[in-house]
Design a protein around this ligand. Structure first.
Ligand SMILES: N[C@@H](CCC(=O)N[C@@H](CS)C(=O)NCC(=O)O)C(=O)O
Length: 192
């Protein structure tokens, strides 16, 4: 399998960490999004959305969307709860991450760290919603060691990706002590 990913992207690192944790072999193809390498004709033939991460399986099939990819890779492993309700809870976090966390926490980081914008110049809505997402995570991790009770799961993989670097977008993680504890526990559990 080949993983097309940019190492600056949390969405791509989710895929790398999942594969590494599960001992899945792959070739990493560094794809620089700032240089438009996900928008070349060859790349668009693989993923018309022009985005990383994208994986290319040995039989030629391709798959995009970080959370779809990690779900595919982790099928049958301990990162996906066996119990139907716990699995659905994990999915609840995965969908929430894409709609209510990543568009704010990751976008703020991208604008500050990679586009050179000052955190004080970020759109107020991005900052507000980013803090709302971090507050929700703080409340959840005050109650449970991992997001889905029972052990580390893909919910933690997906949410840690941009949360652990939220400070790079101007979010002060000192305000979220349960989140900081959860980041440390999740990093240890995943070996990242
Ligand atoms: N929802 C998608 C988001 C993918 C995405 O936005 N990828 C960004 C990097 S994090 C990208 O490829 N940007 C380059 C571009 O759109 O040209 C996922 O979770 O994989």
């Amino acid at each position: 399998m080949r993983i097309f990913g940019d190492s600056i992207s949390g969405n791509c690192l989710k895929v790398k960490w999942t594969a590494d944790h599960l001992g899945i072999r792959y070739d990493w193809v560094e794809t620089n999004i700032l240089e438009g390498q996900s928008r070349t004709p060859d790349f668009l033939a693989m993923n018309p959305a022009g985005q990383v991460p994208t994986i290319l399986l040995d039989d030629g099939r391709t798959l995009a969307q970080s959370n779809a990819i990690i779900l595919y890779l982790a099928e049958g492993s301990a990162l996906v709860p066996k119990d139907a309700f716990a699995r659905a809870k994990m999915m609840e976090w995965l969908f929430w991450e894409q709609y209510s966390h990543e568009p704010y926490v990751a976008v703020a980081r991208f604008q500050v760290r990679y586009l050179g914008r000052s955190p004080t110049d970020l759109e107020a809505r991005i900052v507000e919603r980013g803090h709302a997402a971090l507050s929700r995570l703080d409340a959840a991790t005050a109650e449970n060691r991992f997001l889905v009770p029972g052990g580390v799961s893909l919910a933690d993989v997906a949410l840690i990706a941009y949360t652990r670097v939220a400070h790079e977008g101007g979010f002060d993680l000192d305000r979220y002590r349960h989140v900081r504890r959860w980041i440390a526990d999740t990093e240890a559990a995943l070996g990242i």
